[in-house]
Ligand binder design. Structure first.
Ligand code: NAP
Length: 263
């Protein structure tokens, strides 16, 4: 049974995948939790985390909307948030012109609007207290123009950049900001994004627990960013030296619908 430290963390997108594992890291370290996702599955996750001996509140809220974020914020009931792990996100595969714009908008609203709105609400409280930790789940996708996942990669470029900018703005305040940048990770992400017929969708992926552990440790150490996994570290370093046209062409090969069945 972990010691209950009296610390309190919010983890968004904690029902599955990387967020579930991030919340588990927090609970194992004694954080009480407020967790959120869009569907009832979040309550099953809450039951799992309670078994680790911490208090857990779960809410269903659509974090693509300011209303959903306001509901999540209200659920803190004024309790000081020691760590915000802003992880909820969604992908979208396919050719941009063939996507339903409502889906594109949903990706942008979830990955960017809801995420930065929540970070502002919690960040204001943290700054006034002079302490706190914020972790964003960005992505190494933010380094690459994502042909056939164009809007999604764009949202992650925003979050990667935003995280470093906010970190700098808060550098003398006691609030740290960290960006977790995973590569392809074994979660429900690719199925939800409609990318199971792509090379990346079918590729061997990183383990979500390993990725979350890297992010959690970087957040607790107050580091600026962590690229999870050695292969991803090499890929992201190479991306900085590669022309954008070349990166976009490379992305096409692994993300174009049907690419899973091409040589
Ligand atoms: P996942 O298993 O699909 O988990 C996504 C989580 O976000 C779920 O809990 C989901 O809950 C929640 N969520 C999505 N839209 C939401 C909304 N509008 N409101 C509230 N909750 C919402 O995928 P994952 O891979 O763990 O993704 C977590 C984060 O990692 C995302 O930000 C993603 O961009 C990032 N990432 C993933 C990979 C990868 O390869 N898997 C790589 C780099 C970065 P509901 O089911 O209730 O909607």
């Amino acid at each position: 049974m972990p010691r209950n430290t009296g610390k309190f963390a919010i983890v968004t997108g904690a029902s599955t995948g990387i967020g579930y594992e991030l919340a588990k890291c927090c609970a194992a370290d004694g954080f009480d939790l407020l967790i959120a996702a869009d569907e009832p599955e979040i309550h099953r996750a809450a039951d799992d985390f309670r078994k680790l001996g911490v208090r857990v509140e779960a809410i269903e809220a659509d974090l693509a909307t300011t209303k959903g974020v306001d509901e999540l914020y209200a659920a803190t009931a004024g309790r000081a948030v020691d760590a915000l792990l802003a992880n909820a996100g969604i992908g979208l595969g396919g050719a941009f012109l063939d996507q339903d714009f409502r889906d594109v908008r949903h990706v942008i609203d979830t990955n960017i609007t809801g995420t930065v709105y929540l970070a502002q609400k919690i960040g204001i409280d943290m700054r006034s207290r002079g302490e706190g930790r914020i972790l964003f789940t960005g992505s190494i996708a933010g380094f690459t123009p994502g042909s056939f996942s164009a809007a999604y990669n764009g949202t992650k470029a925003v979050i990667d950049s935003f995280s470093f900018a906010l970190r700098n703005e808060l550098k003398d305040t006691g609030v740290t900001v960290t960006c977790l940048m995973p590569g392809a990770t074994e979660t429900e992400f690719f199925e939800r994004a409609g990318m199971l017929d792509t090379k990346v969708g079918q590729s061997e992926k990183d383990d979500a627990a390993d990725v979350a552990k890297a992010g959690y440790e970087a957040m607790m150490a107050g580091e600026g960013d962590v690229v999870a996994g050695f292969k991803n570290k090499v890929m992201s370093a190479a991306a900085l030296l590669t022309p954008s046209d070349t990166l976009a062409e490379q992305h096409r090969k692994k993300a174009e619908p049907g690419s899973a069945y091409k040589q």
